[in-house]
Design a protein around this ligand. Sequence first.
Ligand SMILES: Cc1cc2nc3c(=O)[nH]c(=O)nc-3n(C[C@H](O)[C@H](O)[C@H](O)COP(=O)(O)O)c2cc1C
Length: 335
Amino acid sequence: MAHIDGVAKPYLVCGGFPAGNSWIFLGPRGKVEIQGANAALAALLPLFDGMHELAAIIGSVGERKDVLALIEMLIDHRIVVDANHLYRHFQAYARYPSLFSMGTSHEENVANYYDFSHVPQIHGATTALPVASTGLSRLLRSRTSCRRFSAASVDEADVFDLIWSMYGRQDEPGPPAEQLPYLTFTVPSGGGLYPLFVYLLLFRHSGKFEVGTYLWHKERSLLEMTSESNPLPAAARLVIGVAEAAIERAAGMICIVADLERSAKKYGNHAYNLALLEAGHLMQNAALFCTERRLGFVELYGFLAEDLARLLESEPPRKSPVVAALFGKADSSDP
Ligand SMILES: Cc1cc2nc3c(=O)[nH]c(=O)nc-3n(C[C@H](O)[C@H](O)[C@H](O)COP(=O)(O)O)c2cc1C
């Protein structure tokens, strides 16, 4: 009953309905049909509200083997999860391609894009000023997503500085991390916990950096090669919605993996929101860096998260890829 032991406060997260002698659930991995347990499920399911201790629930329905097996099955299929550990499962429910995506047509997406009803009405006095022309405002004005790359490699310094700008020590390389009371980085982080990892998938040789997969050690300001094999074929298969030819011409891909357990020790379920907010900071730094160095950059949410986790050998749900990006020399013929 190891799975049962890991769930203190069970919470029902997937809808289900009785159908004849079965109860049908729509779990994150698809349909789950449980036969011959409708009476037990009708008694149990309302108790999985995230407020009650599992031990108390089992006590109230009677500690029978069939009930324990039933609960274990619900937990195994992630129909019931621990209310304190919901953050571990968000990725499974919202993964790409999502079980619960809206599935809208192209026409509906276009209509939604041009629907300006969300733009707030003006009811009060208004003020506007000209935006000052500064280095930053000029960068912000020219930031754009690039989906056409030139198949050229990127300078080694640009590769390294890109990763540093995302998640680098401000006193880089600085004294050994262990000797400092705390470290400061290029981005803020909830509670100063810095729960993210940056991976570099390099498709094209770049000075000192051979083709391969790298893990950024932000505390030591260095990149460690974790795999020598070319990550391009696997990356091209797992990205959704960007043409394979475009990916093949990029210099590489960066991936952000969140260590959800680190922030969850302090913030519980908020760890997931924090991870996404913080990943956005890294991505904005990367986008602005690429704009300044005249590199193409496109952020990617469209990827098969489980395949990417496998490629990076991260262990979801504890360590889940949350966002990625392609970068490289932009194709100057791109309109
Ligand atoms: C969180 C996030 C995820 C994105 N995911 C993708 C993606 O998977 N594929 C893609 O082609 N563009 C992706 N984009 C880029 C947007 O499509 C793009 O920013 C938007 O169309 C506006 O265009 P611009 O960046 O050139 O101004 C993503 C952007 C963000 C912020």
